[in-house]
Design a protein. Structure first.
Length: 323
């Protein structure tokens, strides 16, 4: 029995220092490098770097997850990457300075916030052309879409509003005032609420998508961090709506929030200037892009702790994950 002790100890140590592997692939847009970093979710290392146009920010997949779309802000276009080859194989038009966009959950439409002309462009990705433009507030940024695809929400940074848009008529049906410099809009999986982050206001507004009325304003406080450094940007909410995460900018924290009570459970210390977030498909991991430290942080959601930092390109901004 004595001879088994080293084996038992070794097993305990392995349990402490290892974490579940994932076969996912993570894609990160690097704003300063003009690249997309490709990270192996099992090994947690960069396996490829894809050159794109100048100032890539928002990224998303097509419905089949065979191609990656990338907002190319300084060249007023969207690059299309074939994920079988990791090569840019085409371009889509957009308005000036595209920043964030969202794909319709069931059809070929892509909705793009064009920061410089106060418009949301509607792009038919099959026809590869802009089919509509929707006038919104000043400096449109965030784009969220309801699970059924009927309601689109755009945030305007200078107007400080969340614009609710009917995707069938392409008309604004409500304008909701939120705190200063709204960035990201994220729907809950049941479509009942949309969460809107306000970077300068330091809050997240939870809005009832049916009544278009705010139902809660979430505030944050991190010990030892000034209020001005707490700047909410990226938001992710699990499908079961039991956990929500908010990137808090130069505070270098990701807040973990209980969506039932809207109370902050924990602040995760990540890299410097955390921008955006993405959950893995199984929702066991959360990835954050950290613009100043040029890395991504990996959070073990089940155990509620940061498990790794991975260096990527310069000023990582957007992140998405493919199974």
């Amino acid at each position: 029995m004595v001879g088994l002790k080293p084996l038992l100890l070794g097993g305990v140590m392995a349990a402490i220092f290892t974490f579940p592997a994932a076969a996912d692939t993570i894609y990160i847009s690097n704003e300063k490098d003009n690249t997309i970093s490709v990270v192996d979710g099992e090994k947690l290392v960069v396996t490829d770097t894809i050159r794109v146009g100048r100032r890539p920010r928002g990224i998303t997949f097509n419905l089949e997850m065979t191609h990656l779309y990338v907002c190319i802000g300084d060249e007023n276009r969207i690059d299309v990457i074939d994920l079988a080859t990791n090569k840019v194989v085409g371009r889509l038009p957009s308005g000036p300075d595209p920043e964030l966009f969202v794909h319709h959950p069931t059809d070929a439409m892509l909705y793009v916030a064009n920061e410089d002309d106060n418009m949301v462009s509607v792009i038919d990705t099959k026809a590869r052309k802009v089919v509509a433009e929707i006038q919104v507030g000043v400096e449109p940024e965030g784009m969220g879409i309801s699970p059924d695809g009927k309601l689109l929400v755009n945030t305007s940074e200078t107007t400080n509003m969340a614009h609710f848009i009917d995707t069938a008529t392409k008309e604004i049906v409500a304008n909701v005032l939120v705190d200063s410099r709204p960035r990201v809009a994220e729907f809950t999986s049941d479509g009942k609420h949309v969460w809107v982050s306000a970077e300068i206001g330091g809050t997240v507004s939870v809005i009832d998508s049916a009544t278009r009325q705010p139902v809660k304003k979430i505030e944050f406080a991190v010990t030892g961090v000034s209020k001005e450094a707490i700047q909410p940007v990226g938001i992710q909410i699990t499908k079961d709506m039991k956990r929500a995460f908010v990137a808090l900018g130069p505070s270098n924290r990701v807040a973990e929030v209980d969506p039932a009570t809207f109370e902050v459970r924990k602040y995760h210390l990540v890299g410097q200037r955390v921008w955006n977030l993405a959950l893995s498909p199984d929702e066991k991991r959360l990835y954050s892009t950290n613009g100043v430290s040029s890395d991504i942080s990996v959070i073990d959601v089940e155990n509620s702790k940061v498990i790794k930092s991975i260096p990527v390109g310069g000023a990582p901004w957007g992140v998405v994950v493919r199974p």
